[in-house]
Write a protein that binds this ligand. Structure first.
Ligand SMILES: Nc1ncnc2c1ncn2[C@@H]1O[C@H](COP(=O)(O)OP(=O)(O)OP(=O)(O)O)[C@@H](O)[C@H]1O
Ligand SMILES: [Mg+2]
Length: 298
């Protein structure tokens, strides 16, 4: 990467924590959260990535298999705060951000959290409040795909979320489910901001009646304020697209790219595996959205 290409932080950047979360599996939560952490770090910030999903996909992806199987883990912070230090469970990486891996014991931790007092605010009190704005400017959490004590802890701790959606039949149903079952109940207690709703794994034309077209059009019609610039297509632009007036056709992101999944299986963020890949700028845009707390358009 040329020095002039190194992204710089937004002027109004402020420390923030964010969960990449939706009650649906396999839509890119781990991929997006790892790449978001990478781009925030590339923009010069101190960043902590937390894998809060008991499946540990991101931890395995980043090479933390032995930590996942190890003794001390995030569960000890959540349940036995006094016996464990941050240094016991947080690992520096070669990527420029620190990692707090998941653990094979997290499912058990989750069921124990049901029986402790204030079990939803543990992550916030014991980790995010002490570290955010002090040790780290940004904390990015990869959430489980189901509602439970862990995903609730993530949302309560960050109070900010990014939701990924893939172009499938009923793709907005995952968003609606998350809204009704998780976002609204939490909002009755505390603030919870949606920083962005991003499409992921787009691959087909948007001038035909494809799933991509439906997802991108639905998002832009219903939630324009949450759509990142790389996927923003106004209703007027869709009309022009249908009239053949916009050539070449826009290719909104985040696109389905083999480099994205290859990077993940090679244990690297995309920006380091394939810095020239055209989707890196999508993750950079998400990083900018997290810096400033939203998309800046309505
Ligand atoms: N933009 C993309 N291009 C290509 N492959 C992708 C892209 N985004 C995600 N994938 C692949 O899709 C699969 C699911 O992605 P990922 O693991 O990030 O989803 P998830 O929501 O975290 O899943 P889970 O709920 O199982 O934890 C992975 O194999 C990943 O490499
Ligand atoms: Mg995952």
């Amino acid at each position: 990467m040329e020095v002039s290409d190194v992204p710089s932080p937004a002027e109004d950047a402020e420390p923030r924590a964010v969960s990449v979360s939706i009650l649906k599996g396999g839509v890119g939560k781990s991929t997006i959260s790892v790449n978001l952490a990478d781009r925030l770090a590339a923009r010069g910030h101190d960043v902590l990535f937390i894998d809060l999903d008991p499946n540990g996909h991101a931890s395995y992806g980043l090479g933390y298999e032995s930590a996942y199987k190890g003794d001390l883990s995030i569960g000890d912070i959540l349940l036995n705060g006094d016996d464990v230090t941050f240094g016991d469970v947080i690992y520096p990486t070669d990527f420029g951000f620190d990692v707090l891996p998941s653990s094979g014991s997290l499912e058990m931790v989750e069921s124990k959290l049901k029986n402790v007092s204030f079990g939803d605010v543990r992550l916030r009190q014991r980790l995010v409040e002490p570290l955010l704005g002090d040790e780290y400017e940004y904390i990015v959490i990869d959430s489980p795909a189901y509602r439970g004590k862990l995903s609730d802890n993530g949302l309560v701790a960050t109070q900010n979320m990014i939701l990924p959606l893939t172009p499938e039949r009923e793709s907005l149903a995952g968003f609606k489910r998350t809204m009704e079952r998780q976002i609204q109940p939490i909002r009755e207690q505390i603030g919870l901001n949606i920083l962005a709703i991003t499409p992921n794994r787009l691959g087909s034309r948007i001038d035909q009646r494809t799933m991509d077209r439906k997802l991108v059009e639905d998002l832009n019609r219903n939630f324009p304020e949450h759509v990142p610039e790389y996927a923003r297509i106004t209703p007027e632009e869709f009309e022009k697209i249908d009239d053949g007036e916009i050539v070449p056709l826009p290719k909104p992101g985040i696109r389905n790219r083999s480099a994205v999944s290859e990077a993940f299986s090679e244990g690297k963020p995309l920006g380091q595996y394939a810095p020239e890949n055209d989707q890196v700028e999508c993750f950079d845009e998400l990083a900018r959205i997290v810096e400033v707390g939203g998309t800046n358009h309505d």
